[in-house]
Design a binder for this molecule. Sequence first.
Ligand SMILES: Cc1cc2nc3c(=O)[nH]c(=O)nc-3n(C[C@H](O)[C@H](O)[C@H](O)COP(=O)(O)OP(=O)(O)OC[C@H]3O[C@@H](n4cnc5c(N)ncnc54)[C@H](O)[C@@H]3O)c2cc1C
Length: 832
Amino acid sequence: MRLIVIGGVAAGASTAARTRRLDEHAEIVVFERGHHVSFANCGLPYHVGEVIKDRARLILQTPESLRESLNIDVRLGMEVVGIDRKAKTVTVQDVNSRAQTTESYDNLALCMGAEAVRPPLLGIDHPAIHVLRRIGDMDKIKSRLDAAVTAQKNGKREVVRAVVVGAGYIGLEMAENLHHRGVKVDVVELSDQILPPVDHEIAAPVEQHLRARGIGLHLSTAAAAFQPLSDSDSDQRVTVELNSGVTLAADLVILAAGVRPAVGLAKDAGLVLGPRGGIKVDTHMRTSDPSIYAAGDGVETRHPVLPGEHLNPLAGPANRQARVAAENICGRDTEYQSTQGTSIVKVFDMTAGGTGATARQLTAEGVDYRVVHLHPSGHAGYYPGTAMMHIKLLFSPDTGRVLGAQACGFDGVDKRLDLFAMAIRAGLTVYDLEEQELAYAPPFGSAKDPVNMAGFVASNTLRGDLVLWYSEDFPAAIDGARLVDVRTAQEYGIWHLPGAQSSPLASLREDILEWDRSQPIRLYCAVGFRSYLAHRILVQNGFEDVATLSGGSTTFKHVHDTDNTEYEAQLPIENYAEKVSVASAVAVATGQRTDLDCTGLACPGPIMRLSGAMKEAGVGDEIHITVSDPGFALDAPAWASKNGHTLVEIEPKGPGYAATFRKGGVTPIAASSGRGGNKLSMVVFSDDLDKQIAAFIIANGALAMGQEVSMFFTFWGLNSLRKAHPPQREKTLMDRMFGAMMPRGADKLKLSQMHMAGAGTAMIQNVMKQHNVPRLPDLISAAQADGARLLGCTMTMDLLGMAHSDLVDGVELAGVATFLGEAQESGTTLFI
Ligand SMILES: Cc1cc2nc3c(=O)[nH]c(=O)nc-3n(C[C@H](O)[C@H](O)[C@H](O)COP(=O)(O)OP(=O)(O)OC[C@H]3O[C@@H](n4cnc5c(N)ncnc54)[C@H](O)[C@@H]3O)c2cc1C
């Protein structure tokens, strides 16, 4: 049997090697048009980055080694240019001499892989623009890069810049490796997210991580044209014009805009192609011609979850397909099952990947699915070196079968992805995930492994113990519902969902006594665990329509890009120095420093530890904190600003950050906030009609002048916000007495002076009408409509027996800490 293999890298070399192991007498010839056989193309980016220093280590085999060990005849620099299926011959051309020969075969294996997409853009052939597929591509990229980096080190050049077009795996690996070499990198991506094999909420934390490492990310943006930087530029640099109007100068452009299957030969030979443009094969990896097999990036294969055939240009499937092809070439009856697209990438300190179907694919194919989001630690939180990972699990609502899983994070992401991959391949259900007994000791995992946890949460939803609502359905999902944040008041104060009321889990059992059991309740916490506990409390107390936010506020921020927006405002990180320079004036450094290791603690753990340490510190003392929670970069500046401390510096470290805070003075009003002066805050204490009118006239005036307004209603001041007809609820005798004695709403307030049994109040209302001064209820509505924050003092409400439902819509509940935070950001604070 004479086997000819076209292509000598992943699938080609594997087909040849497996054939030899099964058939010692076969004649095996491999034609490879490149100058290397069986090289590690997956390692190419890491040699550019000098992580893999020795180039020779990428070359796994040579023609000589394959001849010696496997008696395979490898011919490099030989391109197959035609297939004659009738004659069972191929035409082979020497790439240097162009001399052609004809070779006959009994069996032919097509392993030509894929070709990098080169969009037909103006200037695409500029010498600074490269793709990365082979060793030769890598050599060209590296020599250009080395020259630029050396020139920069010798002071002959300013910063070296690169633009990577495409944010798939290869693009991101190149971005990281170029960054390692000191290059300023911009990544341009047409889609609104990086990493196509994962959904948006799993890509979002990786996008933040890239930005935090200084990579410029241009999403929903296309490279439109390339122009020489200037005619006289001896470095032959290029400008990349983006469709956003931005122009980037670059020493080097990497085109990583995807690949398409190399099917030219197959098409010309009349072989059948599949619907996605790849070579059609049966489960034996046989093409439409029984003597011709195909494997690797060029073929379409079945998917374990999705209908139809798919392209999955990955090294693992290429090698497995090659093995199946070889077995069938040698007379065995071996079937290739499917390709599920299991993939993984390292992006600086992060790991991300997916297996099975994404939500986008399931939706496109009309497959019904359910989703849970989790944010467990890679290993036990109390053992150093762990951080939060983000998991999305997709499963069938009917059977619970696992359809897809994606994850990103730091430690332990790879093994969870592999476990999910095995589960999908084995057809396991979420109930099976609950049952898996996985290796555990604190440095490696948790007694309830993230894979078990994913099974628990998903099974809870199928069994009806947990009903979820989803961030992408916000705000429609909370329409007519009570949106409840069950995190601590401190976490709520730092950030909360718009329209949420705070009801910490610790006090929830008391708070719900006042709530309407028939009103829908939408719960959330940071990651979904505390809200699950709250969920169970509510359901067992007779609440009829309760749902918990999948993945909590962590997923919410990823879905709504809250973090991204804030990151963009914050970055580059170096700018913190400028931002905090105003605040630095608050306290002079004493030189006393405390180190705080908060790695492994999830939000709000680090902030709470920091807060505790600050209490012990003296004014001007500094606390250096190390955290693994990536969300800390968002919370920390807000916390410092609200508490009058200075964020001296913050920089990315491992999965999280290292930051230094300096304790501030007692009342850092305005000084620590870049916004001070453009906010007006008030304490509204009185329920005298004239004072309330004055308060709201000032508030509306400030709003009209473009200021932010925050009004904290405490004690009798709250009466103006009471509803005339609040919903019925259970009340204690004391609550009923207070309720009856106090004015119920803005229309019931009295003048502070000259009330005269109501005559004075009526008179002033009449005078106001004549002078076109709006009534108090209208002033309140106008202030709310213009964005004033009306804060009801929770302490007063407790004392006077008021519930949130007693107050006009839109009033937020708040403690004194929230008000102090508002006051601190204000140029003026009034007490009325
Ligand atoms: C930079 C880079 C990083 C990657 N990283 C990963 C990773 O981390 N994980 C992963 O799973 N996958 C990765 N991949 C993808 C993986 O390398 C491919 O899926 C795999 O190599 C496909 O194997 P293949 O044999 O189909 O194609 P290839 O390995 O590309 O081999 C095809 C060969 O055929 C030759 N050829 C084509 N036409 C002819 C012809 N007419 N005559 C003679 N020879 C011909 C080509 O020169 C080429 O050498 C990476 C790819 C690249 C380029």
